[in-house]
Design a protein around this ligand. Structure first.
Ligand code: PSU
Ligand code: MN
Length: 307
């Protein structure tokens, strides 16, 4: 029974049962995406922003053999303090970690799986995984993309992380039929910047238009997710050229050190932070807040339609 593996916090369970808007949140960004104590502050504040915008937050992680949907403050503190000691848990890691009762921080892919099992359709994060640069050699393509191809959850993010190959990621998304929507933008944002040089598939003017699109996609049984790319606020974005230099440097170092697989994304994010004197972390935090707000607004609109 799936319920044997799911542990939904009472507040979240009640919200789902009463058709109230709920926003799923991931935990890899807490344990592997940011240092302590900023990760804890961010995780708690993100939940508050979701509440302030009229939805219930459900941060997701693997705790003691269960997929926990909705964490307590103590659990968030534990994930934040443990950092990289907690296993980064994507789709392939779930059976081992749950069967062995080993705790794990969920990625976009595994958070989507959990949200779907719990009946949550809207999820907010910073950035999704994608096709890494040099993927034609390394084959490094995030499991997040296959999850988006298969699981009915909409992901609000700040576009595609600039450390990735944006062009190849867009091609992959097109192949698997995953719509890439821009919230009030035609340009695909690149995480730290509004600019990327690439276009989204469709510019969406309002949260109700987005909710209508989601409903239409799933009513048609077109399985899979949707990417809602929400640009970082103009006044919070970083300089495109400075970021390019920092990212290129981080990529060279990664190659020299032979870092691969699941360690790649945390390494690159950490290195870029170091090379920008912490500026990238500040931007990362700001864009997550911005996404949490939009996700709560979309969840409200979506629930009006489902009712
Ligand atoms: N975006 C961030 N910080 C992160 C991640 C994304 O701002 O820590 C995490 C997400 O959990 C995403 C994962 O699912 O990185 C992608 O890792 P990989 O490329 O190994 O699939
Ligand atoms: Mn990877």
């Amino acid at each position: 029974m799936i319920t044997n593996y799911l542990d939904i916090k009472l507040e979240v369970k009640k919200a789902i049962a009463n058709n109230l808007p709920v926003v799923a949140l991931e935990s890899t960004i807490i344990s592997h995406g940011m240092p302590y104590p900023q990760n804890k502050e961010t995780a708690l504040h993100v939940e508050q922003i979701v509440r302030d915008n009229g939805a219930i937050p459900a941060t997701i992680a693997l705790i003691n053999g269960k997929i926990k949907v909705g964490l307590t403050e103590d659990e968030i503190d534990y994930l934040a303090k443990s950092g990289s000691k907690i296993v980064k848990a994507s789709r392939r890691d779930l059976p081992y970690l749950l069967a062995q009762k080993i705790d794990g921080a969920t990625t976009v892919a595994s958070t989507m799986i959990a949200a779907n099992l719990a009946g949550i359709r809207i999820f907010a994060t910073g950035g999704i995984g994608g096709v890494h640069r040099g993927a034609s050699q390394s084959f490094d393509i995030s499991a997040d993309l296959q999850e988006l191809a298969n699981t009915n959850v909409a992901v609000v993010c700040a576009g595609i992380k600039a450390i990735l190959d944006l062009g190849l990621t867009l091609e992959y998304l097109e192949t698997f039929g995953i719509p890439v929507l821009g919230y009030q933008t035609e340009e695909l944002p690149a995480f730290y910047t509004q600019k990327s040089g690439f276009k989204v598939n469709y510019k969406m003017e309002s949260t109700s238009d987005i909710a209508q699109l989601l409903k239409t996609k799933w009513n048609l049984k077109l399985k899979g997710g949707v990417i809602i790319a929400n640009p970082i606020l103009k006044e919070k974005q970083l300089d495109f050229d400075i970021m390019k230099i920092a990212i290129d440097k981080a990529l060279v170092e990664e190659k020299e050190l032979g870092i691969k697989g699941k360690d790649s994304t945390p390494f690159l994010l950490g290195k870029v932070k170091e090379l920008t004197d912490g500026l990238s972390l500040e931007a990362n935090i700001e864009l997550v807040y911005n996404n949490a707000k939009l996700a709560a607004q979309i969840a409200k609109e979506f629930n009006k339609l489902v009712l």
